[in-house]
Design a protein around this ligand. Structure first.
Ligand code: GLA
Length: 692
């Protein structure tokens, strides 16, 4: 498994003042140190923080270390060495149960020197002493916070690499629960190696004990769909001339439902019962079709723009993928069951479309499993599916018969990431085969590429991607081309013909993973747009795999944050769970049409960050109709008030605020809009001109 953070954090020796992705122009950085209680003179037993069970520390990279830095070295902050403490990595959170037994907590905090070479460290220290502006741009920028029973007891200033340690000395008398937090203040968490050095409790009663954060009750916000028809999903659909056309009109409401369409271009037909539009368009052109859905409770109509040209994925693809739940063991039965579940659960009525097979459908030469072992290709060089997928064409036909689309996976290397047959030197044949089978989506994953690219230079990287893009373009099928890559391909991925590209390492169902991926996308918005999207990886909600099947470890609030943020970011939306085991909460998360509309908006804008402090952030994007979608997020450990002003959003005139999860109008937009947001939670609003 590749990890971009690991890559950055190992590159310690090449660090310099320059930070490629820091653009904190509109970032609010608190510089004042919050008032803390006067240092207590309490005496008692000294209990080092590092003597507690550090397994409870949640952090965005690496693992917590007792008495050494997160990189496993002796702790040092700006040249000062420390023998004890906790070496962690922002964003880092530790909950500690004190039961009122501790009197005092002291620590020296800062960024560990290990993130730079001694020469760079010397430069930084001297720059810091001289107060140079460039110093602000260095990698490794965090704020340490200490909370007692939900109240901020102490906060550091923004601690940067090379800055001398700051001393915390906090009176804990009467405090039941302590929370230690390190927030990242850069664009990304890279180099945020944070030390709680020389950290000790003075204890007179019960000894401190680390604990898990509190559990949250599950709550469903999405209102039940009405029995009346409502047409959901994308309002614009791209297709190429001569390719088979399939678009299922997503509509909620009682069945039976009758679909009709006005102005359907020649070559297309609509099945009035299923809502499936099929056929072939011979020539380029644009049509605005008016689709209508009617049932015994009423009728609804909606414009659908069909654009026949060169660009696919005019809105971010929405679907499902085998990897997060079935990992190395996908098979045809599971994939068919997923297609059935996408229909049965009603997800198809909200625009969910793709059923994608990830890695491990091919043979693997070295495998001992008779279902998977075997030649990678036939004597003509055509790729073979393994015995778990005995009939790929039949499987694709089945998926299409449901009004859904099918996706497949490969790598530009000799092998895929899991060592199955890759496409190297067979790109043309593979693209042909995928098209013959009937696939509509290819995830192409950068693995085993030493033959396909001599190095990771821009030039070398582009060759394998464009080879496959051209091969796909030569098929008579519309196959979305999705790059799975953690190197920085976004500046040019569109030029090599990609419809989406990963901007992150692999997501896991933990807050630190999801939070770190989601909140580090700022600055990439300029490369996203209709036909080409930044991909933040798949959803980690519902029942997931990777070892035992288990419910996601994200809390309900974290899951609302996850979906809200991915929708704002216009990321492809790929469900990663077992769809045969949906619970009402997960279904609610995935079927809120007003929330999904933020993702599927035809303007295709990706949200950017409007403001940030150590705990709360506001992100916003423009919608095609002139409204704005705004996410108010609380990354902190306690409820926080999140505020956004008219001037920050550039609003003029009377505006109304709608809560998208609850699908309820809230109020007129005042000078400044503030709302309480729960720990790790989100409020997603849409701001429209009043009267619209
Ligand atoms: C990489 C990708 C994952 C998944 C696996 C399969 O790690 O990033 O999403 O496709 O490969 O091997």
């Amino acid at each position: 498994m590749r990890n971009i953070l690991a890559f950055y954090c190992i590159l310690l020796a090449v660090n310099s003042f320059a930070d490629q992705r820091i653009a904190t122009g509109n970032t609010t950085i608190p510089v004042a140190i919050a008032a803390s209680s006067p240092p207590s003179t309490a005496t008692g037993e000294i209990v080092p923080l590092s003597s507690l069970n550090l397994g409870e520390v949640q952090q965005s990279w690496g693992s917590p270390q007792a008495n050494q830095s997160v990189g496993g070295r002796k702790m040092a902050i700006s040249g000062e060495k420390f023998l004890t403490g906790l070496g962690t990595h922002a964003r880092s959170v530790l909950w500690i149960d004190l039961k009122g037994g501790a009197r005092r907590f002291t620590a020296s905090v800062g960024i560990d020197d290990e993130v730079v070479t001694p020469i760079v460290l010397r430069e930084l220290r001297s720059a810091f002493e001289k107060g140079y502006e460039e110093y602000k741009k260095v990698n490794g920028r965090v704020i340490f916070q200490i909370y007692g029973d939900g109240k901020l007891l102490w906060r550091s200033k923004v601690m940067q690499t090379g800055m001398p340690a700051m001393k915390a000395d906090v009176d804990l008398t009467g405090i039941q629960t302590l929370v230690l937090v390190v927030s990242s203040m850069g664009e990304a968490v890279n180099y945020d190696h944070a030390d709680w050095a020389d950290a000790n409790f003075v204890v007179t009663g019960t000894k401190p004990k680390t604990i898990s954060p509190p559990r949250e009750a599950t709550y469903i916000l999405t209102p039940k769909a009405s029995s009346q028809p409502r047409i959901n999903g994308a309002k614009v659909f791209g297709v190429r001339p001569e390719s088979p056309f399939l678009f299922t009109i997503p509509a909620t409401g009682d069945r039976p439902m009758k679909f009709t369409a006005r102005n359907l271009p020649k070559g297309l037909k609509l099945d009035s019962t299923s809502g499936q539009i099929t056929g072939v368009l011979k020539h380029k052109g644009e049509w605005t079709v008016v689709v209508r859905a009617a049932n015994s409770a009423g009728a609804a109509q909606q414009k659908l723009k069909i654009v026949c040209g060169d660009t696919l994925a005019l809105t971010p693809p929405m679907g499902w993928n085998t990897w997060n739940v079935f990992v190395r063991d996908p098979d045809e039965v599971k994939v068919r069951a997923a297609a059935d579940a996408m229909v049965r659960s009603g997800l198809i009525n909200h625009g969910w479309t793709y059923i994608n097979i990830d890695d491990c459908w091919q043979n693997k030469h070295s495998s001992k499993d008779p279902l998977v072992a075997g030649e990678g290709r036939d004597t003509n060089g055509m790729v073979l599916a393994n015995k778990k997928f005995p009939d790929m064409k039949g499987l694709c036909d089945y998926i299409h018969s449901k009004g859904l689309k099918a996706g497949i996976y490969s790598s530009p290397g000799l092998y895929t990431c899991q060592g199955h047959t890759g496409s190297f030197q067979h790109e043309e044949q593979d693209a042909r085969r995928y098209a013959e089978w009937g696939f509509d989506y290819l995830k192409y994953d950068w693995c085993y590429t030493t033959h396909s690219a001599k190095n990771i230079s821009l030039y070398e990287q582009r060759i394998p991607w464009s080879t496959m893009a051209l091969a796909l373009a030569r098929t008579k099928r519309d196959i979305i081309f999705s790059l799975s890559e953690t190197l920085d391909v976004w500046p040019w991925a569109k030029e090599v013909g990609a419809n989406s590209w990963r901007t992150t390492g692999d997501i896991t169902d933990t807050w630190s993973s999801m939070d770190d991926i989601g909140f580090t996308q700022n600055g990439l918005e300029h490369v996203a747009g209709p036909g080409h999207w930044n991909d933040c990886d798949m959803f980690v909600v519902g029942t997931l795999g990777g070892g035992r099947l288990h419910p996601t470890r994200l809390t309900p609030n974290e899951q609302y944050t996850h979906i809200s943020l991915w929708c704002l970011l216009a990321s492809p939306l790929l469900i990663g769970c077992d769809m045969t085991q949906f619970d009402d909460f997960t279904l609610g998360l995935l079927t809120n049409d007003e929330v999904l509309e933020v993702n599927q908006d035809p303007l295709g804008q990706q949200a950017h960050r409007i403001s940030k402090d150590e705990n709360v952030e506001v992100w916003a994007k423009d919608m095609e109709d002139g409204s704005k979608a705004v996410g108010l997020f609380n990354r902190g450990e306690f409820e926080n008030i999140v505020t956004v002003s008219r001037s920050e959003l550039g609003l003029a005139g009377k505006k109304t605020v709608r809560d998208l999860w609850r699908q309820k109008d809230l109020s007129e937009f005042p000078e400044s809009f503030s709302i309480k947001v729960a720990r790790h939670g989100a409020t997603l609003i849409r701001i429209r001109s009043s009267g619209k």
